[in-house]
Design a protein around this ligand. Sequence first.
Ligand SMILES: NC(=O)C1=CN([C@@H]2O[C@H](COP(=O)(O)OP(=O)(O)OC[C@H]3O[C@@H](n4cnc5c(N)ncnc54)[C@H](O)[C@@H]3O)[C@@H](O)[C@H]2O)C=CC1
Ligand SMILES: O=C(O)C1=NCCCC1
Length: 345
Amino acid sequence: MPYRGYVRLNIELLRGPDSTQHLFNMSVEYLREADVQKCLRWSALVPKMESALSQLSDKSVVQPVKLVTPVPGKNGVLLTMPAYSRKNNALGCKIVTSFSGNKTKGLPSVIATVLLLDGDTGKPKAIMEGNMITAWRTAAASVAATKHLHSGKKETLCILGAGEQAKSHAQAMHDQFKFSKIKIWNRTPARAIKLCEELDLGSICTVHSTAQDAASGADVICTTTGADQPILESAWVKDGAHINAVGANRGHHSELSVELHRRGAIVVDSMETALVEFADLIEQGIPLWGDVGSIINGKRSKPGEKVTMFYSLGMAIEDVLSAELIYENRLAENKTKYAYTVDTP
Ligand SMILES: NC(=O)C1=CN([C@@H]2O[C@H](COP(=O)(O)OP(=O)(O)OC[C@H]3O[C@@H](n4cnc5c(N)ncnc54)[C@H](O)[C@@H]3O)[C@@H](O)[C@H]2O)C=CC1
Ligand SMILES: O=C(O)C1=NCCCC1
């Protein structure tokens, strides 16, 4: 009878001196961005994000509002984002920094690390470089929101910004909805041109010199900038359009004009987080419609307003469920790769 087995590769990171090794009897897999990316597929990630948003809405997730540690004088912020899903028994924490001056140093402005833990014991399972996770899970959540909030045409997509989120949003939206036009605007046009080239979608993708030009006529608009002042005005947005507002300048969500906020339905990923992060909007009397998870899980119908806005505040549970998916895919991949057959007499 052939015997089939598999070998799991581990990098032992937490190894103590020999005498105390039993105290550190843990092996943790360290995944670099390239390993992470290999395990990511939009078709698998979008349903995971639908599940994350639905679990947030029905409160089956334990997720404290993210802890924000400003780094004074450096234009930076450190966010600590833990979460636990009862449904998936998935536990973890993302540590992410956002330093707006990093681009001049050749570094990404957002740098993330995700720690995935065993839901039964708290033992670390994997440490993952988290920039791909952040880019992909945010875009997948926007796809999920677009699917549930926008039943209209999905022909013209507008992307404001040309950084990491702009790229993942253009890729995810095109992969899932097959837009026939993608209009990009960025403060620095050269970066928009570069993004267009990287997307490699031929004449579908066009670069625009003003945000107004890029946004006008668009069915879906994704704002993905570090802007701390509005970059999208109500008059540029047609009736029936859907907006995914992703940019967060040091926790302050300010890419959309006040008039736009007043015109449409504001739908969020988490009401608990929104009540903290949107205190200023609420003070101005701008109402929040509720969370997208309540539509995904069938408890509410989508808002009737002509313009819908999904505010992506960034959820730790999205990171944890993505990391769990990557970990499972990785195990399955290793199982196949290292499966061997031993002939027994
Ligand atoms: N909602 C969420 O879950 C997440 C939100 N973010 C936020 O999304 C935004 C983009 O993140 P990344 O793509 O990783 O950053 P990035 O640094 O790669 O790209 C930033 C983009 O914003 C543009 N930009 C910066 N300042 C601007 C201004 N004042 N006016 C107009 N455009 C400006 C830049 O030209 C660039 O295109 C950031 O605000 C970040 O904090 C990032 C990760 C997750
Ligand atoms: O959820 C995240 O991850 C982030 N949210 C806002 C700022 C950068 C990272």
